[in-house]
Design a protein around this ligand. Structure first.
Ligand SMILES: [Zn+2]
Length: 270
């Protein structure tokens, strides 16, 4: 059930059918090498969510947020990197509106690796604001080690997955093959700058690490991508997502405990 496709009355019914659960897709608009479109993460999220909705028809999907944390690729043409505080304010405003429309369990479906730190932080920051809803987050590219191994054995291993790689290329092919330009892919593109490894090797994080090391915004083996792999990936990711949404839909304990938590966190005058 896509928010935009429903009538106002259908949405009211959807609140009940979904047990007050809504999925909010969040991604980014950014450069993905020379062979993939700027909307890569949005399209991947969309194709996975479409499949997940087939598996779980009670799933309600809010309008897509195509902006996220994009600082690391802002040296690439086409990236729209909003300031962090604006992203947090935007998400808060949207979640307030989702709640005003009757939803109290909000699952952010993250389609962009660069959001991996800011979305859980957003969920945490909602606690001190004592919001009357709970924000959950998942990465839509989740799969198990066994699933990953089976795909590697079948389609060839991507030695350094992460961006515009085998899987992202294959998933965009599954969404719309016309948007992938393998003729523009240069095998020398996955180029790694040497000299930044010491951070990762010593447990040090810096926002400059990713853009320093991955100068061309391409990692791994996009040349291994094919539409069949994209469809398999889409099915795997969608199965996990549908299960995650169903678990949240069925749960009653978290909201109950969250309300008790807020009550016990009140200033009691002592
Ligand atoms: Zn991407």
């Amino acid at each position: 059930m896509k928010w935009e496709n429903l009538t106002a009355d259908q949405l009211r019914e959807a609140v009940k059918e979904s047990n007050r659960t809504v999925v909010l897709p969040v991604s980014i608009t950014e450069k993905h090498g020379h062979h993939l479109p700027l909307g890569t993460d949005t399209f991947i999220n969309r194709v996975i969510l479409n499949k997940a909705e087939e598996i779980l028809p009670s799933m309600v999907v809010a309008p897509e947020v195509t902006f996220g944390q994009g600082g690391e690729t802002m040296n690439g043409q086409g990236t729209i990197a909003l300031p962090g505080e604006l992203i947090l304010a935007l998400l808060e405003g949207i979640c307030d509106e989702l709640h005003r429309n009757g939803f109290e369990k909000i699952l952010i479906a993250d389609g962009h690796g660069g959001n991996e730190k800011c979305l859980p932080f957003f969920s945490q920051s909602m606690l001190t604001k004592r919001k009357p809803y709970v924000v959950f987050t998942v990465n839509t590219w989740y799969m198990t080690g066994e699933e990953e191994k089976a795909l590697g054995d079948k389609y060839g291993w991507d030695d350094d997955p992460g961006h515009a790689d085998r899987d992202e290329t294959a998933l965009v092919m599954a969404y719309d093959e016309c948007l992938v330009h393998m003729d523009l892919y240069d095998p020398k593109e996955p180029h790694y700058f040497k000299g930044a490894e010491w951070m990762g090797e010593n447990g040090i994080f810096s926002a400059v690490h990713w853009p320093m090391e991955r100068e061309t915004h391409v990692t791994g083996r996009p040349d291994l991508a094919c539409r069949e792999l994209g469809k398999e990936l889409c099915n795997i990711h969608a199965r996990h997502l549908a299960r995650q949404v169903r678990l949240i839909q069925e749960d009653e304990k978290v909201m109950m405990r969250y309300r008790a938590f807020l009550e016990s966190a009140r200033f009691n005058g002592q």
